[in-house]
Design a protein around this ligand. Structure first.
Ligand SMILES: Nc1nc2c(ncn2[C@@H]2O[C@H](COP(=O)(O)OP(=O)(O)OP(=O)(O)O)[C@@H](O)[C@H]2O)c(=O)[nH]1
Ligand SMILES: [Mg+2]
Length: 407
């Protein structure tokens, strides 16, 4: 069982920069355009969480990642993202492209909600002068659309389901969790949602439509959302970001997906040196840049990087995986002294695992046999032996010792 792969959905109103964010994060070529409904099919791709690599703390000159990459001591650990077609108010009634595409984020464990913080698109995603549309209202309508979508899934064959649970006497939380497992909903989500909706002691057969709706909202609230306040390169975004921070209960990450995309493309072309998530870049070859390109880059330096600290794209991805989903990075190795695998590669694997993962769980992730025949593990940083219940800490380098480890 490889480490559990977490999937994050890039969701939001149409024409706010979802595909730009996705392209900047994954470098995939996807269609981007300043009009509603450019994206017609979901895009799945690989982005990265950025963490300080363990090789730095260990005083090693470098590492050899089997997946992802490492630059300047920053380890980029791959993660899965899905960009979906945009929403508008009434999508659940079929307006725009409808909300059928949300089915592609059923398996998403968390959502990056991309919002036009510059207020430069109306409710339907048409371009308007910056400062016109209210991004706080945008978040509220998106919540309603997500609620309606979850409600539509829950209500299918509800009466039949409720009667069945009543006759079999199955535990209500278990039954609901099973029913909603396709939405990556687990028992603890169901428990929270029941509490939120005040339905802990109410028989399923007597739930009203209102109850079902409240429960759907509870399920949505149980899924972590990080709001990406996009387009902060536009001056009108500044006041909006302040208000979003005051009025919304989600973590807010100010971002300019466009700036990140420009910087990453310029870096790939060799014009600049820029590491995703950095607070600055360096122009490598002045002579190859046109005056317009130079102005564009300087605009980004002044109005995004200096003003906001970064483009926000990397910060948003880190926040959703490390904070909202509460994951840590651990490095399984075969040699606890050289920090290598069997082929001499230094720290080849960086696993993103849920906080609370134990040494034994990690053994299973490396190889089922290793999990089954686990004896103990060695914390390679301290050279201390740890047992199967040892809870892995962020940045741990771990060697598993097993009775019949597969060679
Ligand atoms: N100023 C500015 N414009 C942006 C930013 N991000 C995206 N845009 C622009 O917004 C427009 C829409 O971008 P897309 O990425 O296609 O938006 P989307 O949300 O995927 O839209 P749909 O797929 O059509 O729903 C394009 O013109 C982008 O260049 C940003 O950070 N700042
Ligand atoms: Mg798009």
């Amino acid at each position: 069982m490889p480490p559990p792969e977490r999937l994050v959905g890039v969701v939001g109103k149409t024409n706010v920069g979802k595909s730009t964010f996705f392209a900047a994060a994954t470098m995939a070529s996807v269609e981007i355009g300043n009009r509603p409904f450019v994206t017609l099919e979901p895009n799945v791709g690989v982005g990265y969480v950025r963490v300080r690599c363990a090789h730095v703390e260990l005083g090693l000159p470098r590492c050899n990642p089997a997946k992802g990459y490492c630059v300047d001591g920053w380890r980029f650990v791959p993660v899965k993202l899905v960009d979906v077609p945009g929403l508008i108010p009434g999508a659940h009634e079929g307006r725009g492209l409808g909300n059928q595409f949300l089915d592609k984020i059923r398996q998403a464990d968390a959502i990056l909600l991309i919002v036009d913080a510059a207020g430069a698109t109306d409710a339907d995603g048409n371009p308007v002068p910056p400062g016109t549309y209210d991004p706080v209202e945008e978040v509220h309508f998106l919540e309603r659309e997500l609620d309606e979508w979850i409600y539509s899934i829950i209500k299918r064959d509800w009466e039949k389901f409720a009667r069945k649970v009543a006759t079999t006497g199955e535990n209500v939380v278990d039954a609901l969790a099973r029913r909603l497992s396709g939405l990556s909903v687990r028992r603890e989500h169901v428990e929270k949602a029941l509490e939120y909706a005040g339905l802990v002691d109410k028989k399923l057969t007597s739930w009203s439509q209102e109850d079902l709706k409240m429960f759907a909202t509870g399920i949505r609230r149980a899924k972590p959302i990080v709001v990406v306040a996009n387009k902060v390169d536009i001056p009108e975004a500044e006041d909006n970001v302040k208000r979003m921070r005051r009025e919304l209960k989600y973590p807010i990450v100010p971002a300019s997906a466009l700036a990140e995309l420009v910087l990453r493309r310029a870096a790939r072309a060799g014009y600049i040196r820029y590491i995703p998530g950095d607070s600055d870049f360096e122009i490598l070859d002045d002579s190859r840049l046109s005056l317009q390109q130079k102005r564009g880059l300087e605009y980004i330096r002044e109005n995004v990087l200096k003003k906001w600290g970064s483009t926000g794209v990397q910060q948003a991805i880190n926040k959703v995986f490390l904070e909202a989903l509460n994951m840590v990075v651990v490095y399984p190795v075969e040699d606890a002294n050289k920090y290598t695998d069997g082929r001499g590669r230094v720290l080849p694997d960086a696993y993103l695992v849920p906080r609370g993962t134990t040494a034994r769980d990690l053994a299973y992730m490396v190889h089922t046999d290793l999990g089954k025949t686990f004896l103990y593990a060695i914390n390679a940083k301290t050279k201390m032996r740890v047992g199967e219940d040892y809870v892995l800490q962020d940045g741990d380098v771990i060697k598993i010792v097993a009775a019949a480890a597969k060679k």
